[in-house]
Ligand binder design. Structure first.
Ligand code: NI
Length: 167
């Protein structure tokens, strides 16, 4: 297993939509292991493959407090959503930035597991937020794009400054 470098907003590669996975082969299995290790190490509660520069519809998540409930979703699709909730979100591709985002309160997500079996998750609360946030990544969208243009400009400036300090 190995840690993968995480792309940072506003890297244009984060805007590319991801392709569905056709074969869950060794490469995909290795990718999900590396992504899980990268997410736990960061630490974060979710990571989409395009955040590590792989344009495939793969997500890893763990919203448990015990950090031992890894979810791996291949080709996830939101098939139902309702209600609204507003919560503070952050993103491993936008380090140090948190803001309130409105999301659906409940979602139903259909996906494949690592064995290629079709599965359905019905989620609310934080798990529902995380699913929406990560699936949005696969469509080339980052949570800060829900914020005002002015806020986005400020965030870009802040991240550019951080990058200079750490470079
Ligand atoms: Ni994110």
């Amino acid at each position: 297993m190995s840690l993968l470098p995480i792309l940072r907003f506003p890297d244009p590669r984060l805007k590319k939509p991801s392709a569905p996975v056709r074969d869950i082969d060794e490469n995909i299995i290795r990718l999900t292991r590396d992504m899980a290790e990268t997410m736990y190490e960061a630490p974060g509660i979710g990571l989409a493959a395009n955040q590590v520069d792989v344009q495939k519809q793969v997500i890893v998540m763990d919203t448990s407090e015990t950090r031992d409930r890894l979810l791996v979703l291949i080709n996830p699709v939101i098939v139902e959503s309702d209600g609204t909730q507003v919560g503070e979100e952050g993103c491993l591709s936008v380090p140090g930035i948190y803001d309130k985002i409105e999301r659906a309160e409940r979602v139903v997500v259909r996906h494949l597991d690592l064995q290629g079996q079709e599965k359905t998750i019905a989620a609310d609360g934080l798990l529902a937020v995380c699913l929406q946030h990560e699936i949005e990544h696969l469509h080339g969208k980052i949570f800060v794009e829900h914020l005002s243009r002015l806020k986005q400009i400020r965030i870009k400036a802040k991240l550019a400054k951080q990058a200079k300090i750490t470079a």
